[in-house]
Design a protein around this ligand. Structure first.
Ligand SMILES: Cc1ncc(COP(=O)(O)O)c(C=O)c1O
Length: 493
């Protein structure tokens, strides 16, 4: 039963479910506690008398008295002899809600703050266009396909498969995935060497763990790449695993393998199919040089294959793993193809090391959700995954076209680089421009622009650029957003 508590100041919705199996008293206590914690009941507000309340709820007065007594002793309520029961004056400020809300006090960094519940985050300004990169079009998540796939998963899961399983993940998904990755990414992979995980982030942690067991003490990252500040979970993970980051410059041909070879790194994290964020592809000669570096130095390559599904002008280049399966860990994710919140990804491990990755996965969390894995397998098998990708390729290719067109019309002369792939491109600002000032002025005009600086290990060391994402921003918003900031981008302003 639901009671609307009105006419007493607060409007408090209390739900008592006589069939839930939970004692009515604890339901009532929890309901009042929650209302106080989330501010529906404010300090000093009066509660109904136990008699009134019992009548409204259809419970005994003694039950309400017991409940009030408990909340009085816990400090949520206050009562003076002869006067009404009220919410205690010091009751639970909003800042203590939401678990991680006090992140700054706890010493958690920016990245953790970004991951705190939405309730704790300051309200984001409404933007005409948000060119944030790294995020797909969340509004296009194939909700009905996912609902269908989850139903399929629940329907078809064998009872035994509801137990803890192989830490590598569901056999059914690994078989489908191995076939898909062989076909679409030219990977040299069998299901035994695939480990399903919760996205690139976990995959990298598992690989770093195995690398540190192998005695790897230095890991290289691309520059620009994950950046060096505390928002870079990848670089921080490496540091935590005892593998401080070495930086490898990226030029028009991708990561500079000669610079890598000159460093002490024995592992490197690269984005060969579509460098993040510059958008270049690793040149064929560099691919071979990289594989050779790994075999000569007993080193390993971690291939971040994050958005290769989205190439618009031709077939994407196959994974590097295909030419050096003993030296490459390839990490895949559905964060770009479906949505980050799905938290599913995979590691293709060198055959000699897949057992060690599976062991790290077991120790980390005993395995990824089996039902989610079966749902993803159903999406692949049914052709719904491919259909979604086909649709989204069209969407992003059109947005990219609109971005190029809008820049051409409103800010002619601005150079845009990066493959016809993924959902971001790099705009080159006039040499004298101040990246941060352009970003700040754009925000004042309600346009979200993002500089290259956060992706660089050494700030201010390179020409001013913007990383323009179009995953979150539709065609009309791209046009309007670029029109609103065009004068900030033009070479001769
Ligand atoms: C370069 C790169 N790799 C991988 C990912 C995906 O990470 P995850 O699978 O943990 O969501 C992202 C997400 O933004 C990314 O930018």
């Amino acid at each position: 039963m639901a009671i609307q508590w009105s006419g007493l100041g607060p409007e408090l919705l209390l739900r008592l479910d006589r069939y839930s199996g939970l004692p009515l008293r604890s339901q009532l206590e929890d309901g009042i506690r929650d209302a106080i914690r989330d501010g529906r009941l404010q300090p000093g507000e009066r509660l109904p008398s136990s008699r009134e309340f019992a009548r409204e709820l259809g419970v005994s007065r003694g039950l309400v008295q017991e409940c009030y007594g408990q909340l009085l002793s816990e400090g949520y309520l206050d009562s003076q002899v002869g006067s009404a029961t009220r919410v205690a004056a010091r009751a639970y400020p909003a800042a203590t809600r939401g678990g991680l809300g006090g992140a700054s006090k706890s010493g958690l960094g920016e990245a953790s703050r970004a991951l705190t519940p939405a309730a704790a985050a300051p309200a984001a300004p409404r933007l005409i266009a948000d060119f944030r990169s790294g995020v797909p079009d969340l509004a296009s998540f194939p909700r009905s396909d996912w609902v269908w796939a989850m139903r399929e998963a629940c329907r078809e899961v064998a009872t035994a498969d509801l137990d803890y399983g192989d830490p590598r993940g569901s056999r059914a998904l690994r078989e489908v995935l191995a076939g898909y990755l062989r076909r679409v990414r030219a990977a040299a992979v069998v299901p035994d060497d695939l480990i399903v995980c919760t996205g690139f982030a976990q995959g990298l942690n598992l690989v770093l763990e195995v690398l540190s067991q192998l005695g790897v003490r230095r890991v290289a990252f691309e520059d620009p790449g994950y950046g060096d500040d505390e928002t870079s979970t990848s670089v921080r993970s490496a540091a935590l695993a005892g593998a401080p980051a070495v930086r490898v410059p990226v030029d028009d041909l991708g990561a500079d393998v000669a610079a890598l070879a000159a460093s002490e790194a024995r592992a490197v994290v690269v984005t060969p199919a579509h460098q993040s964020p510059t958008g270049v592809v690793l040149a064929a000669a560099r691919r071979h040089a990289l594989a050779e570096w790994a075999s000569r130095h007993d080193a390993y390559i971690v291939e971040d294959d994050y958005d290769s599904e989205f190439r618009y002008d031709r077939e994407p280049v196959g994974v590097l793993q295909g030419i050096a399966p003993d030296r490459v860990f390839t990490l895949g994710t559905v964060s770009k193809s479906l949505a980050p919140s799905v938290r599913l990804g995979w590691v293709i491990a060198p055959p000699a090391l897949s057992g060690a990755v599976a062991e790290a996965k077991l120790l980390s969390d005993r395995g990824t959700s089996g039902l989610d894995q079966l749902a993803l397998a159903a999406l692949f098998r049914s052709g719904r995954y491919d259909r979604h990708l086909r649709k989204m390729r069209g969407v992003y290719a059109r947005r990219r076209g609109v971005l190029i067109g809008a820049l051409g019309r409103h800010a002619p002369g601005v150079r845009l680089t990066g493959l016809a792939a993924g959902f971001h491109a790099v705009a080159h600002l006039p040499e004298a421009a101040d990246e941060d000032a352009v970003v700040a002025e754009a925000l004042r005009r309600s346009v979200g622009l993002y500089g290259m600086a956060p992706f660089r290990a050494i700030r201010g060391a390179a020409p001013p650029q913007l990383v323009l994402g179009f995953g979150l921003t539709g065609e009309r918003a791209i046009e309007a957003g670029i029109a609103a900031v065009a004068d900030l981008l033009r070479p001769n302003r």
